[in-house]
Design a protein around this ligand. Structure first.
Ligand code: URA
Length: 191
């Protein structure tokens, strides 16, 4: 993994001359489950760890529902740096969805992570990760959530992004059902 990370850092530094603060994946390289999010936010960038901010807190309580603890997981993001926009009036920096170019730049490294960790199941969080891992740019979480994705190149279970539940409370019940379905799916696949 170390040499793959080095190569990826070099690629990113070639594209962005000021460099980027990278938030790399975290967890055992023999983890049976790999969780893939969208991109780090402010807290993640400050601590250089994925899912440690508000979305991470949500994720922890959701994981509880699946019986999975962080120590059996490898957690990563599709894009390894924080995509931001700056409000011209207030100079406030906020998150934005990653661009197609940012995703394309990081995708080879995500594939490399999946090859090295070789998890039994990849759980995608939200549309960006679902499309990146499935290789299907038209896949949508609204129809695929809560189940193993048929025909995907890896064993892929799609979940809504934990942040979307913060912004859309009506998803909470669906999310809980999806987590219970994930637990059942993992029970079948993991020993
Ligand atoms: N949201 C993500 O998708 N990833 C993180 O690491 C944090 C928030």
């Amino acid at each position: 993994m170390k040499s793959a990370v080095k190569k990826f850092e070099t690629t990113v530094n070639t594209v962005y001359e000021n460099g980027k603060i990278l938030v790399m994946g975290e967890g055992g390289l023999d983890s049976p489950v790999m969780l893939v999010g969208e991109a780090p936010g402010e807290q993640e960038t400050m601590q250089k760890r994925p899912f440690v901010g508000k979305a991470g807190k949500n994720l922890d309580s959701f994981l509880h529902e699946t019986g999975l603890s962080r120590d059996r997981l490898y957690i990563t993001n599709t894009v390894k740096f924080r995509p931001t926009r700056v409000n011209e009036k207030t100079a406030r920096v906020s998150n934005r969805p990653p661009s197609r170019e940012e995703i394309a730049l990081c995708l080879p490294f995500l594939r490399e992570e999946m090859r090295i960790v070789a998890p039994k199941v990849v759980v995608t969080l939200g549309n960006v990760a679902l499309r990146a891992v499935s290789g299907n740019p038209k896949a949508t979480i609204g129809t695929l959530h809560g189940a193993m994705m048929p025909g995907a190149p890896v064993e892929l279970f799609a979940l809504y992004h934990p942040a979307s539940v913060i912004y859309n409370r009506s998803l909470a019940e669906t999310y809980m059902e999806d987590l219970r379905a994930l637990r059942r799916a993992l029970d079948q696949v993991l020993d």
